[in-house]
Write a new protein. Structure first.
Length: 130
């Protein structure tokens, strides 16, 4: 079974440096997921938020470039990400939101919260997976 890693999109995987890391993880055989607080296109259409589809188009393009399958993209629609991550055996979740990371740390889940705004985020991730 592949080891699972979760990465936020906005201000995280949207950044070139994190995309390069995600590509490396995929090439090394990790099961990489995008877990974002965004709304899915379907949810946005119900609310008549037509701009969301345009914004999500970029997210799907980045996923394709990184080799992340679309079925590995989770839109939490502003719900806490730990609600999705809990009990799904993710090794770590990389995010820019301190609140999301605190909620992961406070949970009893084994997923490790990693803050992308730390200078050594990549080194921290590498330590976790080796």
């Amino acid at each position: 079974m592949k080891r699972k890693i979760s990465i936020d999109y906005d201000a995280t995987l949207s950044e070139e440096e994190v995309q390069e890391f995600a590509i490396d993880l995929v090439n090394r055989g990790f099961d990489v997921w995008i877990v974002t607080a965004r709304f899915s296109n379907e949810e946005a259409k119900l609310k008549n938020w037509h701009w969301v589809e345009r914004q999500n188009k970029q997210l799907f393009e980045v996923a394709d470039r990184c080799g992340i399958p679309h079925e590995n993209i989770v839109f939490t629609a502003m719900k806490d990400k730990i609600e999705f991550l809990k009990d799904k055996d993710f090794i770590f979740h990389l995010d820019d939101s301190e609140l999301e990371l605190e909620l992961i740390e406070e949970s009893d889940d084994n997923c490790i919260a990693v803050w992308v705004d730390r200078k050594d985020w990549r080194k921290t991730c590498e330590k976790i997976i080796t």
